[in-house]
Design a protein around this ligand. Structure first.
Ligand SMILES: Nc1nc2c(ncn2[C@@H]2O[C@H](COP(=O)(O)OP(=O)(O)OP(=O)(O)O)[C@@H](O)[C@H]2O)c(=O)[nH]1
Ligand SMILES: Nc1nc2c(ncn2[C@@H]2O[C@H](COP(=O)(O)OP(=O)(O)OP(=O)(O)O)[C@@H](O)[C@H]2O)c(=O)[nH]1
Ligand SMILES: [Mg+2]
Ligand SMILES: [Mg+2]
Lengths: 279, 295
């Protein structure tokens, strides 16, 4: 049982089990337990509860980022946000929600429909544009996504738009040609607006297991990810993979998706996240 | 690689003709790590390893294999037997149409799979019919119609029922339309939903009660982690699905969720999806999946 302040074999195993079942992963779980053991050894009060220490340890790993604030000063004009990730994780929906957040803080928003591949991808984004009161730049099915990206930034420049959100097609990180296409989209943004993309968000599904590591590594290599979005945290999955990602790649989690509606996107808060994981 | 790691374990305990208790425990730790890294659920891995331990203890190590390889063989065979034999995926109904209901979490690939399944039936000379029962996701109806259009399979949805129809009514009238036009199979595509969303789960329970589907397929993303057990068991509790589908297997997810889903529901994996195209559909081969899980 977990109580008191000494980390015996049984307590260590129990904690490891909790962490692994939350998708923290074996290596990260073992490391966390080791650090917890160290933390307890060094604890001044001596009688700090194991769970309090565990919570502190997890908060230290998960936290440390600047909380996302749509009203904060933007880097570029337009401020370009590239959204990437594997198939079905929630990129398009997240963009719809982000558009709403930026619109609510008084910003003008333009959506770039760079998923020119999947059936009804553009109509899906168009509905989100309408909901948020954002403009949208699109092309015909099968058009070059890099060209659409370029056109979208041009349009934003000419209309003096504050924020451009770039939706891309889902792609498995193992597909070299698709990752090359993504690099091309990214370069294209930079051609039309120096410094773009100012933010590259990798969207991850909270139900994903250890494969999230592989995804993050490859997407980071291809596009220099500046923040993670963890979606579907309104479900039963804990999203513990966030710890391994933070530990290995150091990329902060900026936002979490907690539902399918416009308002279901929240700035990431380490404490709340850890609380939910341990309950 | 697991075989190499196990070889290392046994190299330390060299000279053993038989696998003994001690070297089994050591090797089981390595196997457990491999299973967890492959996203096999913690509890499932635990009970699986007990079974492996029983099989391994006292077993003669074959002359032709190293102990590491022998251990992997035991694990592999046990995985294959658990995952279930290859089988005829969908049994057709005595009186058409065969009704197939697709369910699962958001974004796992149901709509795309609906198209794949329809194409597969079409190729087998079984005229399929698609029903777009997702009224929630923006442009979901359009997505299925586009897929259906690309393979010349009719799609039934809000355009046919009128805009106020709910998913239950769309399914009911869709099956009716399929029957009237002598279709062989009707595939009901539903909205992704959380297993803990009671209202949405009730909707599926109602569709099942009314339409008596011959097959209910739980579509799951192959990158699903530990949550596979929680989600699959909840879906199974409410719907008693008859098979699962693993999608996005063209990626590098090890697919341990397949074992978890099978273990916790007793239902077989029936299909594997290996790409975004409608041609990318395979039937389930337990030995291939076992090898993939073991890495
Ligand atoms: N419950 C829940 N569902 C979500 C969340 N975010 C997205 N979804 C759902 O996940 C499904 C997929 O969302 P999309 O936005 O189409 O995902 P995508 O990454 O753009 O997909 P592709 O473009 O096909 O790769 C939809 O049914 C969304 O409603 C979330 O935070 N919670
Ligand atoms: N690479 C790959 N992508 C797939 C596969 N199956 C589906 N997809 C993609 O995964 C994404 C989601 O597919 P959908 O069919 O929209 O998923 P869904 O379950 O219907 O989503 P919701 O209706 O929102 O719950 C799309 O981008 C598909 O093209 C597969 O086997 N491999
Ligand atoms: Mg999308
Ligand atoms: Mg769908």
């Amino acid at each position: 049982a977990i109580s008191g302040d000494a980390l015996d074999e049984e307590a260590a195993d129990e904690i490891e089990e909790i962490l692994i079942q939350a998708d923290v992963g074996v290596d990260a779980a073992v490391e966390i337990v080791d650090r917890l053991r160290e933390r307890l050894r060094r604890a001044e009060s001596g009688a700090e509860q194991i769970f309090v220490s565990l919570r502190k340890e997890l908060c230290q790993i998960a936290g440390g980022g600047v909380p996302f604030d749509p009203g904060a000063e933007l880097t570029g004009k337009p401020h370009v946000v590239l959204v990437v990730g594997v198939n079905g994780v929630g990129k398009t929906t997240t963009i719809g929600k982000l558009a709403r957040l930026y619109r609510d803080s008084g910003r003008s928003v333009l959506l770039a429909a760079c998923d020119t591949f999947r059936a009804a991808a553009v109509p899906q984004l168009e509905i989100w544009a309408e909901r948020a009161g954002a403009n949208i730049v699109r092309a015909q099915q099968g058009a070059d996504p890099a060209a659409v990206a370029f056109d979208a930034v041009s349009a934003a420049l000419s209309r003096d738009t504050d924020v451009v959100l770039v939706d891309t097609a889902g792609r498995l990180h193992t597909k070299v040609n698709l990752m090359e296409e993504l690099k091309k989209v990214r370069r294209s943004l930079g051609k039309q607006c120096q410094g773009a993309p100012h933010e590259t968000l990798l969207v991850l599904d909270a139900t994903t297991g250890q494969n999230a590591l592989s995804q993050a590594r490859q997407f980071h290599l291809a596009t220099e990810v500046t923040g993670l979005v963890l979606t579907k945290l309104d479900g039963t999955a804990k999203g513990g993979i966030a710890f391994a990602l933070r530990r290995e790649l150091g990329i902060p989690i900026k936002l979490i998706g907690v539902g399918e509606g416009e308002d279901d996107l929240q700035p990431f808060d380490g404490e709340t996240f850890v609380e939910a994981l341990l309950e | 690689r697991l075989t190499e790691r196990l070889d290392d374990v046994f190299r330390k305990l060299r000279g053993q003709g038989r696998i003994t208790e001690r070297n089994i425990d050591e090797s089981l730790r390595e196997i457990r790590r491999a299973l967890l890294e492959a996203d096999v659920n913690f509890q499932v891995a635990r009970s699986f390893l007990h079974a492996v331990r029983d099989k391994a203890t006292g077993r003669e190590v074959l002359r032709s294999l190293t102990p590491g390889q022998q251990m992997v063989k035991i694990v592999h065979d046990e995985l294959v037997s658990l995952l279930g034999r290859q089988m005829e995926p969908v049994k057709l109904a005595d009186h058409p149409p065969t009704v197939i209901l697709l369910v699962g979490l958001q974004g796992c690939g149901k709509t795309t799979f609906a198209g794949k399944l329809a194409l597969d039936f079409k190729k087998r000379g079984r005229p399929p019919f698609l029903v777009a029962a997702d009224v929630y996701r923006p442009a979901a109806d359009e997505q299925l119609r586009t897929l259906g259009g690309s393979i010349e399979v009719p799609v039934f949805g809000l355009a046919e029922t009128g805009e106020d129809a709910d998913p239950v009514e769309i399914c009911r009238r869709g099956v009716e339309a399929a029957r009237k036009s002598n279709r062989s199979v009707v595939i009901l595509d539903t909205a992704g939903r959380l297993s803990i969303d009671d209202e949405m789960m009730d909707e599926l329970v109602e569709i099942r009660a009314l339409m008596h589907p011959h097959e209910i397929l739980f579509v799951a993303d192959s990158m699903l982690g530990q949550d596979a057990v929680e989600t699959a068991s909840r879906f199974y509790e409410r719907l008693a699905f008859t098979g699962s589908v693993l999608t996005k297997m063209d990626g590098d997810a090890r697919g341990g969720a397949a074992l978890s889903i099978r273990e916790v529901t007793g239902q077989p994996v029936k299909f594997i999806c290996t790409g975004e195209g409608l041609e990318a559909l395979e039937t389930f081969h337990p030995d291939r999946i076992a090898s993939r899980i073991l890495g």
